[in-house]
Design a protein around this ligand. Structure first.
Ligand code: GTR
Length: 334
């Protein structure tokens, strides 16, 4: 029903009356202008704040192009898991995706700087980085790899959770098999804490926890809740080891087919969707927390994060020069 409505609304019917000279004959010419339909891949379900942010972006593009460009959002990993989707965006088979910077950094390693543990002093610090010169430079730097970076979304802070025991300090993670995103940096992070890192696509984590292939994972409140991981891993430790920005990227191949003016509309629409997603995120963090607490998750507060931060020094030391330089610039942002 909705789809049909979109298709109908997308057709601009241009009707012109032509009068044959010297006669009273009337002819009606109906010209169809088909909208350009582009696809955006999203891993989260339709009611998730980030997916709603994607939808806001699509809505703004439709509005500002008078329905000439329709972006269809495919939620719940319908188009594949993040790493595979990024590859498809690179080849132009998928036009847009919203992903975590974590798997993107396997394609463009300098992005690792953005997901270093305990890098940002606060959410505000992170947003000053993303919306300032560094964020702009990084979006632009994606082009040689086949992507056009167009916007950022709020990722929240990531926390460890597991099915075995409460974790109060890094030593408590020793030997636990912890799922990480498909990212070398995240593997290093978990290893630095003494746990066993298991990279795995997001969609496989629930069954991994259920069957005991893994003992735990790490994520923000909304993801821990929306995936129902809290049902099978009830110990959630608020160590806030990292904030990994979410990014919207377009395929360079798809974008090059558009006029410069339309490319600008798309970039601006992505930026204008950010405040909406951030607002929804704030609300969802609260409802997710309330839901998992009510379901009986054991929430462990960490008052002193120093022992966690100490463990991360090795990871900082391991980074190549260009990443180190960017980290320093990020730390200097007010
Ligand atoms: C979520 C993020 C997803 C995905 C997921 C994961 O927080 O929004 O894009 O990267 O984490 O852990 O795979």
């Amino acid at each position: 029903m909705k789809k049909w409505f979109l298709i109908l609304a997308g057709f601009a019917l241009v009707t012109s009356m032509t009068f044959a000279s010297g006669s009273q004959d009337q002819k009606t010419v109906v010209q169809e202008v088909k909208p350009l339909v582009l696809r955006l891949a999203e891993t989260h379900p339709a009611d998730y704040p980030t997916t709603k942010g994607d939808m806001k972006f699509a809505e703004l593009v439709k509005e500002r192009t008078n329905g000439r460009i329709i972006i269809e959002v495919y939620p719940s990993s319908q188009l594949g898991q993040e790493k595979a989707v990024i590859e498809q965006v690179q080849f132009g088979a998928i036009d847009f995706t919203r992903v975590s910077v974590s798997p993107l950094a396997s394609f463009v390693p300098v992005f690792n700087a953005l997901q270093m543990p305990y890098l940002y002093r606060s959410e505000e610090h992170m947003w000053n980085v993303l919306l300032g010169p560094i964020g702009k430079e990084l979006l632009a730097s994606l082009e040689p790899s086949g992507f056009i970076g167009i916007g950022w979304f709020e990722p929240g802070a990531r926390n460890f959770y597991n099915s075995k025991r409460p974790v109060y300090k890094p030593e408590d993670l020793a030997g636990l098999k912890i799922r990480v995103q498909e990212s070398e940096l995240m593997v290093g992070l978990v290893q630095a804490l003494g746990a066993v890192a298991t990279p795995m696509p997001y969609g496989e984590v629930y069954s991994g926890l259920q069957t005991g292939v893994i003992d735990g994972a790490e994520n923000n409140w909304p993801s821990y809740e929306s995936t129902s991981h809290y049902e099978v891993a009830k110990y959630y430790t608020l160590d806030e080891h990292t904030r990994v920005p979410e990014i919207i990227i377009a395929s360079k191949i798809s974008m090059q087919k558009l006029s410069k003016a339309d490319q600008e509309i798309i970039k601006q629409a992505a930026l204008d969707a950010i405040p909406y997603q951030r607002q929804l995120w704030k609300e969802r963090e609260k409802t997710s927390e309330a839901k998992v607490r009510a379901a009986g998750s054991v929430i462990i507060e960490i008052t002193d994060k120093t022992p966690w931060q100490q463990r991360m020094k090795v990871l900082y030391a391991k980074q190549p020069e260009n990443v180190q330089a960017l980290i320093k610039r990020i730390q200097e942002v007010k």
